[in-house]
Design a protein around this ligand. Structure first.
Ligand code: SF4
Length: 137
C-alpha cells in the first residue's frame, strides 16, 4: 500500500466482533482481562479460554461470537485483547489492498477519518506480529 490508509472506528458498530474466527490472547491480555473481571488468571482461563500447545484463545459461546459482546458493544473494551485493539491493522490486511478492500465490506470504518500514515499502520502490524508469534512465524 503506497501512502496510507484511511480508518476511523464508527461509534455503535460491532461488525468486526461478529465475524467468524477466533480471538487469540497474549498472556498479558489474559492477565489484564482477568483482573478487570475480578477473577484469578486461572479462573478466567478455565471459564473463558481454550489453550493449545502454542496459543491461548477465547472460547466461542454457542449462541454468539464472543462471551464479552453486549448489544452496546464490547463489555471489556478498556482491556480488550491485542488483536481486537489493533484491528483492522492486522499484517495480512494492512499489506494487501485486496484484503483491505474485502475487510471494508463489513467494516464501515475503513475509508473514513484521517489518513493513517503507512508507517503507523506498519507499526501496528508489527505489534500484532510480536504479540502472536505462533500466528506470524
Ligand atoms: S467493524 Fe470497523 S467500524 Fe465497526 S467496530 Fe469494527 S473496527 Fe469499528
Amino acid at each position: 500500500m503506497a501512502e496510507g490508509l484511511r480508518f476511523a472506528c464508527q461509534p455503535g458498530c460491532i461488525a468486526c466482533c461478529t465475524q467468524k474466527g477466533f480471538v487469540y490472547l497474549t498472556e498479558a491480555d489474559a492477565q489484564r482481562i482477568a483482573e478487570f473481571l475480578g477473577l484469578s488468571a486461572r479462573a478466567f482461563e478455565k471459564r473463558y479460554c481454550y489453550r493449545t500447545r502454542r496459543q491461548l484463545r477465547l472460547r466461542v459461546p454457542r449462541e454468539a461470537q464472543c462471551h464479552f459482546l453486549r448489544e452496546g458493544g464490547c463489555s471489556i473494551h478498556a482491556v480488550k485483547p491485542t488483536q481486537c485493539r489493533i484491528f483492522p491493522f492486522w499484517p495480512e490486511l494492512a499489506k494487501s489492498r485486496a484484503e483491505w478492500r474485502k475487510t471494508a465490506r463489513y467494516c464501515p470504518g475503513i475509508g473514513q477519518g484521517p489518513l493513517i500514515q503507512i508507517e503507523s499502520a506498519r507499526a501496528e502490524a508489527q505489534e500484532m506480529r510480536e504479540a502472536y508469534p505462533a500466528m506470524y512465524p
